[in-house]
Design a protein around this ligand. Sequence first.
Ligand code: FAQ
Length: 313
Amino acid sequence: MPVQDFEQLFQQKIDAEDKIEPKDWMPEAYRKTNIRQISQHAHSEIVGMLPEGNWISRAPSLKRKAILIAKVQDEAGHGLYLYSAAETLGMSRDEMINDLHSGKAKYSSIFNYPSLTWADMGAIGWLVDGAAILNQVMLCRTSYGPYARAMVRICKEESFHQRQGFETLLVLSRGTDEQKAMCQDSINRWWWPSLMMFGPKDSESTNSDQSMKWKIKRKTNDELRQNFIDMIAEQIKVLGMTLPDEKLKWNEEKKHYDFGEINWDEFWAVVKGNGPCNKQRLAARRKAHEEGQWVREAAMAFAEKRKLKTKAA
Ligand code: FAQ
């Protein structure tokens, strides 16, 4: 059968909402774009542990420490499910990790900002996990089966993450003047970077058109960003805080909030490796990988020994 026929059948399957599974025929570009997106998503979860890991030893109470440890562990788990999903497309975990460490692979821009105060643990949960969930709820219906199934479980955990973040900020917003100021400062610093998580404007998004046709993405970057703004602009009222955007205003005609211009120069600088913490984040990941070398070697030696034993038996 000519390739065009395979491509047509593939698209029909997508249009019929059937999932694509690892052993199914798929266009090379579909395989590549899934590997790119899923591995970048995995890297984001893994690098995303760093800003919060920074506060585990300084959490203000035992309860807060336990919650934060659980959340960071969840993120490690999400990274592992996602690496496994990407491996089903034929790229090894070693290759993916090497690409992260060499700077070839991207990860979400948001994790290149520093976590300066305890309130940042609340803002990350509420805003960063909030943005992540909106995107990931859509990905529960993505066309590649292993990615969609990983997302269902991840979303359940992410909604706990967002709630705990909101609750952390709610407590601060009802606290002393100093706590209120810390809460507002944190929202001010995380607001714009969290809007950048959805990616460039649709007009600048190089992958969106094809990814929408293949139902890898089901909503565009701008649609998801608008959904997020509409949701947060209401939730902030409960906190009694403000968002740092003078142009944020309900538009009755559009039934959406209008908002100010995102600093796209800052976004691209961060994506290209020049954000406030890019170098620090990659150095931390490389160091962790080097320090874990003996564990990987021990596991390989054990597997080899077991194989020999089974063979002998
Ligand atoms: N940062 O053509 P598009 C989390 C790149 S998980 C860096 O629009 P696409 C959980 C993009 O890769 C957060 N790079 O791209 C958590 C492309 O470059 P490439 C991560 C970005 O793929 C919470 C170029 O720009 N979530 O937070 C960014 O169609 C708390 C052009 O862009 C996911 O990864 C960015 N923000 O749409 C953990 C979800 N945006 O690759 C710890 C899955 C764009 O061609 C604590 N990913 N770029 O060289 C997606 O849904 C999509 O990949 C988008 C981008 C929407 C991120």
